[in-house]
Design a protein around this ligand. Structure first.
Ligand code: PDD
Length: 291
């Protein structure tokens, strides 16, 4: 028997349409998620008890399920209702909800089984980004992207990403920025931006990267604060001399990278362009909290 987590009784989770304490949630060991990593997921942030871009996350979940050919057990409207109820039960404050859908429980066989998918979702408090990361920025390393070729699916099979992130951590860095040959794709768990001659450059959506919800938001906010936005393939050699580098994700928001492969990015401090977008991001969060 594994030891119970400290607050399992207090955490309400969603399992196959039922809300129950985490301590009572049980998933079968033959679940395809456990045996094959055969599932997809979402991480959805909320501020002051309100989701940020819930509909976009649900739409991406639908695309991941369709690409992975996993049955979608709910219409978009039902996903919104279930996830909203889960967050309401969690209470106010800032939170992030992890949602995963697997192909379900069946005897081990690669062929698709005929069974209902398993749905699991859990809310957790979303801690503020540590001040040191805002003041000093992150360290990143560049790594060859050795993951598979369907990176647009938000797959729970994350061994490639886990190994790449750990490669960064092992050398005292925070994130691995990935490239396929000369082209930058994304971070191990984030999207990548570069500021080049005043423009915000990020690779366009494709099968080589996850179409990040925060990525789209960052591009919108950049346009709002009158920055030029350029969605185009980004060369690694451009990244290595960019004025600024940023990473985005639902839990990191948008953070500056101030060292890449041990070399300072720009003047080695969080950039002024990043700051404008970050300020706009904080203003948006404040609006949500005030609703
Ligand atoms: N990861 N690219 C990858 C490979 C990711 O894993 C993530 C997010 C992103 C950013 O996507 P979004 O802005 O929609 O969060 C890009 C989540 C947060 C995770 O695995 O925890």
């Amino acid at each position: 028997m594994r030891a119970a987590l400290p607050d399992e009784e207090q955490i309400t989770v969603l399992l196959d349409g039922v809300f129950l304490p985490l301590s009572q949630a049980r998933v079968h060991p033959l679940d395809r998620g456990f045996v094959y990593g055969d599932g997809v997921y979402e991480v959805i942030p909320a501020y002051g008890g309100r989701y940020l871009r819930l509909e976009a996350h649900v739409a991406r979940l639908e695309r991941s399920l369709a690409d992975a050919r996993i049955k979608n057990p709910h219409a978009a409207r039902e996903w919104v209702q279930l996830l909203t109820e889960l967050l309401d039960r969690h209470g106010g404050g800032d939170a992030s909800v992890y949602l995963q859908v697997t192909r379900g429980v069946a005897p081990r066989d690669h062929a698709f089984p005929d069974c209902p998918p398993t749905v699991f979702a859990i809310p957790r408090p979303l801690k503020p980004v540590p001040a040191v990361q805002l003041d000093q920025g992150l360290k990143a390393i560049s790594c060859a992207d050795m993951r598979w070729q369907w990176c647009q699916i938000k797959s729970i099979a994350l061994q490639g990403a886990v190994l790449l992130r750990q490669q960064a951590i092992d050398v005292g860095a925070d994130e691995a920025i990935l490239h396929r040959g000369r082209w930058v794709t994304e971070g191990a768990a984030s999207n990548v931006f570069a500021v080049i001659e005043g423009a915000v450059v990020t690779p366009p959506p494709s099968n080589w990267l996850l179409h990040g919800i925060t990525r789209d938001l960052v591009l919108e906010l950049a346009a709002q604060v009158d920055l030029r936005v350029d969605e185009r393939p980004l060369r690694l050699k451009e990244l290595l001399v960019a004025d600024e580098i940023w990473l985005s994700s639902s839990t990191k928001e948008v953070l500056p990278v101030t060292r890449l492969d041990g070399v300072p990015v720009g003047d080695g401090l969080p950039g002024a362009v990043w700051r404008r977008v970050w300020d706009a991001y904080q203003a948006l969060k404040a609006e949500l909290r005030a609703q």
